[in-house]
Design a protein around this ligand. Structure first.
Ligand code: PBG
Length: 328
């Protein structure tokens, strides 16, 4: 006899059947852990705005490499914090710059790690904006040459992938051209294609000392009200030669992750940014939520929306949760 209603609970009865019918699958291979490399030596210091995350000087970066591999995380996204800043962010493309030194330290010790570098100028400029200024205006086209130089110097120091986060127009084409002209034809570009001007970057700017000294980033990062514009950005970067696309932040932009991953065939990464991490940490410290479960639920939502890779400060803990089968 036909039942008069649908018994959806049949597929939820126990962990085995739930595991069998799961729609969203993920693996530790898809996790990327952001790591802050600070110029100097002997530095291994917890970051006040990001509890559980550290500043490492290049000579201490092996701690991060070991911790990542032990947890089953193979990919890192490196950010640099230089000692000195100037108007044109020269530390960003210096041969012995902090990221370049960090790359060499990690590559020699951990050849099995995949090293992605954030490419931007805001940590290196004394004004804290993401490029070269003309007066108070960010000069898009002059900045392109600098971005290409940064990518080249990262490539020379041994990075596996570059990830430009500056939001200048035309940067992917400029970077691709410079890399190809110097023999790095096979170095992939992960474009921060869809990056919103977001208050969720607050803890990162404290951690990286990269808050702008005047104005804000709304002249180049995207307006949170816009979704169609995300598709324009993604299309432009795809046409210019991006190999992977990123949407950032993640949790407040799940609709954008979904649209971009449905429309484009390139792999899509989402960046669960510093504010997303810090909010979970703070709420957990206040005894308001279960940190582990909220971490898991937030991560699954990003994959469910369509992301195939997740950049997150919880990468190590999530890899563990995936291995245990709590998610994934
Ligand atoms: C720019 C950059 C930022 C982040 C990643 N790359 C800061 C910004 O655009 O202001 C934010 C990451 C985070 O909040 O976790 N170099």
């Amino acid at each position: 006899m036909m039942e008069e209603f649908k018994r959806t609970r049949r597929l939820r009865e126990n962990a085995m059947i739930r595991g069998l019918v799961r729609e969203t699958r993920m693996s530790p291979d898809s996790l990327i852990w952001p790591v802050f490399v600070r110029e100097g030596s002997g530095i291994y210091e917890e970051i006040p705005s990001l509890p559980g995350q550290f500043h490492y000087s290049p000579d201490k970066l092996a701690y991060a490499g070991e911790a990542a591999l032990k947890a089953g995380v193979k990919s890192l996204l490196l950010f640099g914090i230089p000692e000195k800043k100037d108007a044109c962010g020269s530390g960003a493309y210096a041969e012995n710059g902090v990221v370049q030194e960090g790359l060499r330290a990690l590559k020699s010790r951990f050849p099995e790690l995949y090293l992605i570098t954030d490419v931007c100028m805001c940590e290196y400029t004394d004004h804290g904006h993401c490029g070269i200024l003309s007066g108070e205006h960010l000069d898009n086209d002059r900045t392109l040459d600098y971005l290409a130089r940064i990518c080249l110097s990262h490539a020379e120091a041994g990075c596996d992938m570059v990830a430009p986060s500056d939001m200048m127009d035309g940067r992917i084409a400029a970077i691709r051209q410079a890399l190809n002209a110097n023999g790095y034809t096979y170095l992939p570009i992960l474009s921060y294609a869809v990056k919103y001007a977001s208050a969720f970057y607050g803890p990162f700017r404290d951690a990286a000392g990269s808050a702008p000294s005047f104005g804000d980033r709304r002249g180049y990062q995207m307006d949170m009200h816009n979704a169609r514009e995300a598709l324009v950005e993604a299309a432009a970067d795809t046409a210019e030669g991006a190999d992977l696309l990123m949407v950032k932040p993640a949790l407040a932009y799940l609709d954008i992750i979904q649209r971009v991953s449905e429309r484009f065939d390139l792999p899509v990464a989402a960046y669960s940014v510093s504010g997303e991490y810090a909010m979970i940490k703070a709420a957990a410290a206040a005894g308001l939520i279960d940190e582990y479960r909220v971490m898991c639920e937030s991560a699954v939502s990003v994959y469910r929306a369509g992301a195939r890779m997740l950049i997150t400060y919880y990468a190590k803990e999530l890899a563990e949760a995936m291995r245990r089968g709590d998610i994934g």
